[in-house]
Ligand binder design. Structure first.
Ligand code: FES
Ligand SMILES: [Fe+2]
Length: 445
């Protein structure tokens, strides 16, 4: 490593985490540079820009970015900043446009980023403006199963290497059908929480029977969902695994039941079961028998700020996060089923979601604790399951012995440190790929 190790936030052997990383402005400023400036970031979905010249306005960290599809149908991620004085060249959330004209002085860019027209180029600039070098700043773009990622780092590895064996698990939700998925949304809102608090929560099943007690009881009473207890969680054969910066939890699905999603109820369960059965031959062909039948991704995070499916925790200062909540549905699923998932997703996650409100209350308080003069001197305790995780014969990554563990949280903050202490991508380790990807599904879908 080129420089002295600056950040040592987590003590891996004891599981103690320095709380100041949730509130310090200087730490946050470094995160923007070293994490959001160099990681592959989820920025959208191909279905948000289906046609030529479609665009969708998004963010990479705090930087506004236009995701465009040019006339040749190629994707671009363009910094929404005019190269002249810096105005935003796009002021709307989405649309269809071949060009973006800056409303300050009229510099006009093509949707592939090239600066096409400058008022007075011959007269005012005397023909001396180096127009070809003044296109919109462009990030690298790659996709996985329709999900669009971008990075500012020229030296970043491929997205395939970045996701690594995490894709083995992600495929079981995002890459099941030949027709792919479609994104609905997003719902956007602000919370007074540090962005990392919800990322580490994605692998926290420990909180579910406590924090979501009332919400789960409502589901049991009105939707027929089985009761959930701490005992169930501790005895669960489900798994908690960490791969290459990404945290996953998953169900060992040995019962032919579809993956649980919000929107299921005793009334429509038959519909979900029929769909599961009808699509199984296709899923087996795409993912191989073992993954198709036995592996169902649960809560998960994609480093750094992708949370639970296509949801983003966009940093807006150390003490503020802008949530973007999308719903992903399989494009060829029956409309009735898509409708149930869409309604269920918004009823339980999203700004007015029952479960979401339980969660954000926790994240607000975890963040607030890091601002208390006395409280912040006391580290977080992330010691659960220390020494009880390792390699598994059937599942890639570091797999904890129990479903309930803080293994992924410890490793998430280790990954955070690796990025924060690195001079460049050359200093950031990647797990070597070991998983066998049976079936026909690929990075491209
Ligand atoms: S700032 Fe965009 S044209 Fe001047
Ligand atoms: Fe939760």
């Amino acid at each position: 490593m080129g420089t002295a190790r600056k950040f040592a936030a987590i003590e891996p052997a004891a599981g103690k985490l320095d709380r100041s990383i949730f509130s310090d402005q200087t730490v946050y400023d470094d995160e923007m540079e070293k994490i959001f400036g160099r990681a592959w970031l989820m920025i959208g979905h191909e279905s948000l820009v289906p046609g030529a010249d479609d665009f969708f306005h998004t963010y990479m960290g705090e930087d506004p970015v236009i995701l465009t599809r040019d006339g040749e149908r190629r994707l671009h991620a363009l910094l929404n900043m005019c190269r002249h004085r810096g105005n935003r060249v796009c002021r709307v959330d989405d649309g269809n446009a071949e060009r973006f004209m800056c409303s300050y002085h009229g510099w006009t860019y093509r949707n592939d980023g090239a600066l096409e027209y400058v008022p007075g180029e011959a007269e005012a600039y005397y023909g001396a403006l180096d127009r070809p070098s003044l296109g919109l700043i462009e990030a690298r773009v790659e996709t996985y199963a329709g999900i669009v990622f971008a990075t500012w780092a020229k030296d970043a590895p491929s997205l395939e290497a970045y996701l690594g064996d995490a894709r083995w698990y992600l495929d079981t939700v995002f890459n099941r059908r030949d027709g792919g998925m479609q994104a609905l949304g997003p719902i956007k809102w602000l919370e007074p929480a540090n962005w990392k608090t919800m990322v580490d929560n994605c692998s926290d099943n420990y909180h579910v029977p406590t924090s979501h007690l009332a919400s789960a009881r409502v589901q049991t009473r009105y939707l027929g969902r089985p009761r959930l207890s701490h005992e169930d969680q501790f005895a669960s054969p489900n798994k908690h695994a960490f791969v290459n910066g990404h945290g996953v939890t998953f169900r060992d699905a040995d019962d032919n039941m579809p993956r649980y999603v919000h929107g299921m109820s005793s009334e429509n369960m038959r519909l979900f079961q029929e769909y599961h059965k009808a699509t199984m031959p296709e899923v087996e062909r795409r993912l191989g028998t073992f993954r198709a039948h036995r592996v169902q991704l649960g809560n998960h995070s994609i480093f750094p700020n992708g949370i639970l499916g296509l949801r983003l925790a966009l940093p807006r200062g150390p003490l503020k996060t802008e949530f973007w909540h999308f719903v992903l549905v399989e494009r060829d699923a029956p409309e009735e089923l898509k409708h149930a998932i869409r309604v269920g997703s918004q009823a339980n996650n999203g700004a007015a979601g029952m479960f979401e409100q339980d969660d954000v209350d926790n994240w607000r308080q975890v963040t607030a604790a890091s601002t208390s003069r006395l409280g912040r001197r006391q580290p977080q305790d992330l010691s659960m399951g220390l020494g009880h995780a390792g390699l598994h014969p059937d599942y890639p990554g570091l797999v904890s012995q129990r479903y309930i563990s803080e293994n992924n949280q410890r490793l998430f903050y280790r990954r955070w440190e690796e990025f924060m202490n690195a001079e460049s991508w050359a200093d950031i380790p990647l797990d070597s790929a070991t998983a066998r990807f049976d079936g026909t599904a690929t990075m491209r879908g």
